[in-house]
Design a protein around this ligand. Structure first.
Ligand SMILES: [Zn+2]
Length: 301
């Protein structure tokens, strides 16, 4: 009798715990469903795509102007070749590029396909964001952070430098985002120590790389990127899959560049784009992806 009662009690307790976990894990989905009743999901996706494309065209402005130390608000957009100020018709995200056949409407100078690629990429990242996070403040902060990552990746790729404005934006968005989920002193400390830990890891790797290879392995720009991403991840185990992804993507990029140039990679390759891509994966992919990279390196079973 006592045994049966005990079993019964254990069963109820087990169910309660199971229910608690089910509630926690399905929380995101039910919130999405609730939102979906007010606004259909396809509408949110369409909005994210169009808004992302528009933000992408601002991202293009940042990629062009930040490394050249130009203001991002003044003067209005103009053709860098003939200087003609562009009108609304020339500035419609994605469509203008197709409509004008990738050329300036006034002087017919070809426009870099980067403009189209960045607008499309930003639009797709925004769509991925609303598929991962319920439509709300956290989704907005994640989307804005991804836009900053696109700026960082493209500027570092082309100019071998990391714009401070984008790094600060990424770091502040990360801190605010962390405070949303843990609005107390502990959350603030965890987020800020994530920045210190991320920056320190890259700095130490760069320091020993310099000593061992007698060559600049990591720039200070890489330290800044890791610190800004660190505010999002916090000083937690999530730092590990982030760096593993960075190294993995960096290696794939290196092999790809060597293949395109048909010779072993000897020159300097910026590490920023690899870290930006790794951060985007950490922000957007479900936790199982982080577990996958740990297993790939033989760290988890
Ligand atoms: Zn022109």
């Amino acid at each position: 009798m006592v045994r049966r009662l005990r079993n019964f009690a254990r069963k109820i307790k087990g169910d309660a715990i199971q229910k608690f976990w089910d509630n926690r894990t399905t929380d995101n989905k039910t919130t999405m469903k609730k939102r979906g009743e007010l606004m259909p999901h396809w509408f949110i996706v369409l909005f994210a795509f169009l808004f992302g494309a528009a933000v992408g065209s601002f991202v293009n402005v940042c990629i062009y102007r930040l490394p050249r130390r130009l203001s991002i608000v003044q003067p209005p957009s103009h053709c860098p070749h003939c200087g003609t100020v562009l009108t609304i018709v020339d500035l419609v995200p994605l469509l203008s590029y197709i409509w004008l056949g990738g050329k300036c409407r006034y002087c017919k100078t070809p426009i870099s396909p980067r403009y189209f690629v960045v607008e499309l990429l930003t639009a797709l990242l925004f769509v991925a964001t609303v598929n991962r996070y319920p439509f709300g403040l956290e989704a907005i902060l994640v989307a804005a952070s991804l836009a900053a990552l696109v700026v960082i990746a493209f500027v570092d790729w082309e100019f071998f430098l990391v714009p401070d404005e984008a790094v600060w934006a990424l770091g502040i968005f990360g801190f605010v985002r962390y405070m949303l989920s843990e609005p107390n002193v502990y959350g603030a400390i965890l987020s800020l120590s994530g920045a210190v830990l991320g920056g320190a890891i890259v700095w130490v790797v760069g320091f020993f790389g310099k000593v061992i290879f007698r060559k600049e392995a990591m720039g200070f720009g890489d330290v800044k990127i890791a610190a800004a991403v660190g505010t999002h991840l916090g000083a937690t185990w999530q730092m590990l899959p982030f760096f593993l992804f960075s190294v993995f993507i960096g290696a794939v990029m290196g092999i790809f560049i060597a293949f395109l140039q048909r010779r072993p990679l000897t020159g300097y390759m910026p590490f920023g784009p690899a870290m930006a891509a790794a951060a985007a994966i950490m922000f957007l992919a479900p936790p199982s992806v982080a577990e996958f990279i740990l297993r790939l390196y033989g760290i988890a079973q």
